[in-house]
Design a protein around this ligand. Sequence first.
Ligand SMILES: CC(C)(COP(=O)(O)OP(=O)(O)OC[C@H]1O[C@@H](n2cnc3c(N)ncnc32)[C@H](O)[C@@H]1OP(=O)(O)O)[C@@H](O)C(=O)NCCC(=O)NCCS
Length: 380
Amino acid sequence: MSNAQQPTDPVKKGLEGVVAGSTAISDVDGQQCQLIYRGYNIDELVGKASYEEVSYLLFYGKLPTRSQLAEWTRQLDGGRTVDPHVLDILKQLPIHAPSMALLRTMVSVIGCDDPQAEDEALESIQKKAIRLTAQTVTLVAAIGRLRENNTPLPPKPGLSHAANFLYMLHGEEPVPVLAKALDAYFVLLADHGFNASTFTARTVTGTKSDYYSAVTAAIGSLKGPLHGAANRKAMEMLEEIGTPEQVEPYVQRTLADHKRFMGFGHRVYKGADPRAKHLKDIAKSLGTTNETKWFVISEKLQDAVWNAKQLYINVDFYSASLLHYLGIPTELFTAMFACARMAGWSAHILEQWADNRLIRPLSQYTGPRGLKFVPLSERT
Ligand SMILES: CC(C)(COP(=O)(O)OP(=O)(O)OC[C@H]1O[C@@H](n2cnc3c(N)ncnc32)[C@H](O)[C@@H]1OP(=O)(O)O)[C@@H](O)C(=O)NCCC(=O)NCCS
């Protein structure tokens, strides 16, 4: 055992600052406040590359050529349909359970249903990854519709990934500006280094467990309010504030109660989250035609929290008003994050699989030692 592995090394609580592995998929540069996908700054991609192109980039390391994109889109189109008997299982679940719990369960169901689930060949994992990335939007839209007592809709061939989701949720094809907004959201949230859910997926893959188990675990990790559920909590915060006049009293109350502002702060970025400005621009453009107040409250809150605590907004803050403006129910917000992150999780699972070593850190034991066993009859 080398010195670096001695359990006496100082513990980095929350693994802060620990480099836990290497990846060529994305770089979260906390000092420069940049996010890089396979060499491209996201500023370079957003608004130019579609989620289809970006998911291909994350999987294969290069932007697709025209023919590669056509083939990739064909594969996504072909994979997006969820088998009716799988949807029947969704209908049996308590539909008002958290949408992330439903999604987590349904990914597990799809895994049980796939005869190739245990096939370890890289090409087989790739096929599963493409299919599940495509199917996730269908599952989330179905969850959204069933919660409103509506029948799930099958995907419409020829629509983009983002447009298909909005179509399957709302029952009508979205106008291009809305599909483009969701597409940009998907691009911006597609990957983010070794964030908690991606690291979870890699840890599960590290044991050589199957693709579906890794994604199921990742969904469980994203579900937490310190990670993906912050977008839902941010919307609930805006709703609690209700009017621009209530922003300042809310900030004072939150500070006095030592509570957190959802959608603010970040472990890695030392300045502004590079995704936030794009999401803000999109939310602003959607807000001018529809319920401006959510954007107005958000902007006022951003300034007030900065003045009070010098906290930067993160990816989840303007995701909240953006998703709301797309007519997506707040309860589905974290599942939307999962739809976007499917490409990143899948790329990381494939990367981990291709060059695997079990992920198994040490822990510092802080309990007692040397205790003597006391029989049950003598314990007090
Ligand atoms: C993202 C987050 C979990 C990072 O946490 P972290 O790196 O572990 O940082 P800590 O929790 O140690 O916080 C450091 C300090 O900043 C404060 N802080 C961080 N985020 C804060 C927030 N959103 N609201 C209020 N204070 C916050 C903490 O209270 C702490 O202050 P203290 O040292 O005076 O106690 C944290 O910023 C947070 O809880 N944000 C809200 C949830 C969220 O938006 N999550 C999405 C992340 S993309």
